[in-house]
Design a protein around this ligand. Structure first.
Ligand SMILES: Cc1cc2nc3c(=O)[nH]c(=O)nc-3n(C[C@H](O)[C@H](O)[C@H](O)COP(=O)(O)OP(=O)(O)OC[C@H]3O[C@@H](n4cnc5c(N)ncnc54)[C@H](O)[C@@H]3O)c2cc1C
Length: 377
């Protein structure tokens, strides 16, 4: 593994930071938080033009044929700017699930439109139990001669309000390890209802999605029927790394804001950063940011190169990044004294993004358990 970024990746990072500094400063983030769509389609179109949505996908599917490491560079910058965007759910979650599914027909059908931004996609997995594993899926799909019929409800579906297509995890067999079938549902199909849910992070949109006798054609299956969890697992590993990279970016920005503040805020005639109580906390934050970033890039590299321990690396990256970003953001907020608690200060945007990222796709406890299982502890 190459531990540094290549010249091209450094260029990509610079381009992403310049673009987001210009297009998505905190004032714009705050406007989009109030917006019904929750994102700016014009900004998304510009990201498509810059090639970001095509980065990790094969050229035959309209992609640039790069990897997760390259995508992580962009996602770190998006986390740094707390960008409100369906990019994570369309590219990092649904797109990566299709790409990792091994289902050439489905990938050829959907990935080109995800790459060119003409369609947005998401994944609907979680139900009432709040579980992020196969056992939490109860919603059934019944097979008729040439269609599947869906009944039930999914919760916390990211960006469902703007998604055109949704990969829905349904139960089609009573198998404790799997028994799931993934179906691509057109969100405009009769019987699909999207009910927005309140999110702690107002820069993110989640919804409850109802399925009332929704009929989807037989060829809507991603991968093999009854083997959906094995397919989704590969997509989730990649999506977890995308979230981990974004969390590393948001934590990095908090660290910079905090160090800047500790340098200028004077107490007893000295900058507060001169006191050990403050400087030690900043040093701990730096260690957490660097470790989160290293784990995210290592996992991205492992997935790009199909190394056997890639799922383990992904679980470690998500567990660590969730804990680290939340801890760095809350420490940063405390070190800002009273001002960090105010609505006007931007640090709370990062804290809420960190809390959201900590919970989404399973929290650190969930992933530490997975690490233990993968290591057969
Ligand atoms: C909108 C708002 C509402 C508030 N509401 C309340 C309220 O309801 N009740 C209340 O009691 N207070 C309230 N406060 C005050 C708030 O609790 C204080 O601002 C807070 O205690 C931090 O003090 P400070 O702002 O002076 O931070 P700073 O002095 O800037 O300190 C920043 C950080 O450095 C640390 N620090 C500073 N000096 C040293 C040092 N010499 N050695 C080691 N560490 C140091 C501090 O612990 C803190 O973590 C409010 C403030 C605001 C802005």
């Amino acid at each position: 593994m190459n531990v540094g970024l290549t010249d091209e990746q450094e260029l990509l990072r610079r381009q992403a930071r310049d673009f987001l500094d210009r297009e998505c400063p905190a004032a714009r983030v705050r406007q989009l938080m109030e917006d019904d769509l929750g994102h700016d389609p014009r900004m998304y179109a510009r990201m498509v033009e810059l090639g970001w949505t095509a980065i990790p996908f094969a050229e035959r599917h309209g992609g640039l044929g790069l990897g997760l490491v390259d995508l992580a560079v962009v996602l770190e910058e998006m986390g740094r700017h707390v960008v409100p965007s369906p990019f994570q759910s369309s590219v990092g979650l649904a797109g990566m699930t299709l790409a990792a599914s091994g289902d050439e027909a489905q990938a050829a059908r959907l990935l080109p439109s995800i790459c060119d931004g003409s369609q947005l996609a998401t994944v609907a997995l979680v139900e009432e139990s709040g579980r992020w594993d196969a056992g939490g899926v109860r919603m059934a799909a019944e097979r008729s001669s040439d269609a599947w019929l869906l009944h039930g409800e999914k919760l916390f579906v990211p960006d469902a309000q703007v998604a055109d297509r949704m990969i829905v995890a349904t139960r089609t067999a009573a198998d404790p390890a799997d028994g799931l079938t993934l179906l691509v549902v057109n969100t405009a199909a009769p019987g699909v209802t999207v009910r927005p849910l309140a999110s702690m992070d107002a820069t993110r949109r989640v919804a409850a999605v109802g399925f009332d006798a929704v009929e989807v054609p037989a060829d809507a299956v991603v991968g093999e029927p009854g083997r959906g969890w094995a397919t989704l697992r590969r997509g989730l590993d990649r999506a977890m790394v995308c979230i981990a990279a974004e969390l590393a970016g948001t934590a990095q920005r908090v660290l910079e804001m905090t160090v800047e503040y500790a340098r200028v805020r004077q107490q007893f005639g000295r900058p507060i950063g001169a006191y050990q109580a403050v400087s030690h906390r900043c040093a701990d934050m730096l260690v957490m940011v660097e470790s989160a970033r290293s784990l995210a890039y290592h996992a991205a590299w492992a997935l790009d190169n199909d190394v056997p321990e890639a799922p383990l690396a992904a679980a470690m990256a998500k567990a660590y990044a969730g804990d680290a970003a939340r801890s760095v953001a809350s420490n940063g907020l405390q070190l800002h004294g009273g001002i960090g608690f105010t609505w006007e200060h931007d640090i709370h945007l990062h804290l809420k993004r960190a809390k959201w990222g900590e919970a989404t796709l399973g929290d650190a406890t969930h992933h530490r358990e997975r690490v233990a299982q993968l290591l057969e502890l």
